[in-house]
Design a protein around this ligand. Structure first.
Ligand SMILES: [Mg+2]
Length: 396
């Protein structure tokens, strides 16, 4: 079997809460990038790439000549070939990671279809038939609505008043719903302040504290880990085993979060999971902002790895998500069923996807949305934040 062509499908998607068709100019900059790899055997594979989708689409067209003529079942050989081909563009960036991921995902889809088995069977078989999910809530009302739908874990975000927000959520949902918190990792907090937030959250038993400082600040992770007895999570902005290596090898996190659309596909994710297993670290793929093909990939991966913890999901995502994917997975009782069809077990509605061309793919926090900046500094758009006004982090 030989690869004959690669086609890309870049679409505009809305964020949760937006209508299917918002008024012009009212919509955001969320993009989903899908690809299809065609073969001379008539089998087609589908994949999804994050990592800056508009840019990754260009990377895919650059890489396509290297794919044509290869046997798509040689997933490791192709991953090695593409990695070394991209070497001159930098080794572990998420753009290259995004391209590698979508291609690898589509190749495993082809391999599964050629053999008539689901991808999880090729990854070592299935440890579980359904995957627990967590969804996002920032207010007690949102959390209670998710709990009423059977969701058993939630995540809140943002660094503004994190302890008080967490305490309010814990009081609302009680002890039988797990709660994680994402501090979103630009250096909003110094390591000292992040450690203090982590210690303040100890009594509320967070499922994890995610990106408490910038993910490249490994010294910060060491300091927080040593100061507080709470699970730490990170890894969504890195790609491949080389990007995730130090977080795992130095036991800086308890939960590793490779992004299902840009960490390098099944070939890399399976290795990352193995490295994590040797350190008793669990895997919770970053998936919430991704499209529905990556979600399928995460289900196959989490079915097959012993240290799979939970999958991120906007359980009330934009209505267009249902229209994009066939079939659309529906959560029941806080779980998604593991697909059983050959390959990934899904396809996109090409007509719907093509009817939603991209309208842009970057944004910066506005003064209105930038509530986590120290008041009066939002216009400065500081990556390394002002350290004034520290009391706002610690209110309980
Ligand atoms: Mg995150």
């Amino acid at each position: 079997m030989k690869i004959t062509a690669l086609k890309t499908f870049l679409m505009h998607a809305e964020w949760p809460g937006a209508p299917l068709d918002p008024a012009p100019g009212a919509s955001g900059t969320r993009n989903w990038l899908f690809l299809k790899i065609e073969t001379d055997a008539g089998i087609t594979g589908i994949g999804e790439c994050s990592g800056w989708p508009r840019v990754v689409e260009t990377a895919l067209s650059d890489l396509t000549p290297l794919l044509v003529g290869e046997d798509p079942r040689n997933t490791e050989l192709i991953a090695q070939k593409l990695t070394i081909a991209m070497m001159g563009h930098g080794m572990i960036g998420t753009v290259g990671g995004g391209a590698l991921t979508g291609i690898d995902m589509a190749l495993w889809d082809i391999k599964g279809k050629a053999l008539g088995v689901p991808v999880w069977m090729l990854l070592g078989g299935k440890l579980r038939d359904r995957i627990p999910i967590y969804s996002h809530a920032n207010t007690p009302a949102q959390a209670l609505a998710l709990k009423a739908r059977g969701i058993k874990a939630i995540k809140c975000g943002g660094v503004g008043d994190p302890v008080r927000k967490f305490a309010d959520l814990r009081e609302a949902v009680g002890d039988d719903v797990d709660i994680a918190i994402d501090l979103h990792g630009p250096p909003w907090l110094t390591p000292a302040d992040a450690a203090r937030v982590a210690r303040a959250l100890e009594p509320y038993d967070p499922l994890w504290i995610e990106d408490p400082v910038a993910p490249e600040n490994l010294d910060g992770y060491r300091r927080i880990r040593d100061a507080a007895h709470v699970p730490l999570a990170a890894g969504e902005r890195m790609a491949t085993i080389f990007g995730e290596r130090q977080l795992i090898e130095e036991d800086l996190v308890d939960v590793i979060q490779p992004d299902t659309g840009r960490a390098g596909g099944f070939t890399q994710m399976k290795k990352i999971a193995g490295m994590a297993e040797a350190h008793y670290i669990q895997v919770a793929p970053h998936s919430g902002s991704l499209g529905p093909v990556a979600e399928y990939a995460a289900l196959h991966l989490l079915a097959s790895i012993p240290n799979g913890l939970i999958l991120e999901r906007f359980d009330d995502d934009w209505a267009g998500r249902v229209r994009t994917i066939l079939p659309h997975p529906v959560a029941r009782d806080g779980f998604l069923d593991v697909p059983d069809a050959p390959g990934l077990g899904c396809d996109i509605d090409e007509d719907f996807v093509l009817s939603r061309p991209t309208r842009g793919n970057v944004s910066a926090p506005s003064e209105k949305s930038g509530s986590e900046y120290l008041p009066g500094t939002a216009r400065e758009h500081l990556h390394v934040q002002s350290r004034l006004g520290r009391r706002r982090y610690f209110n309980a």
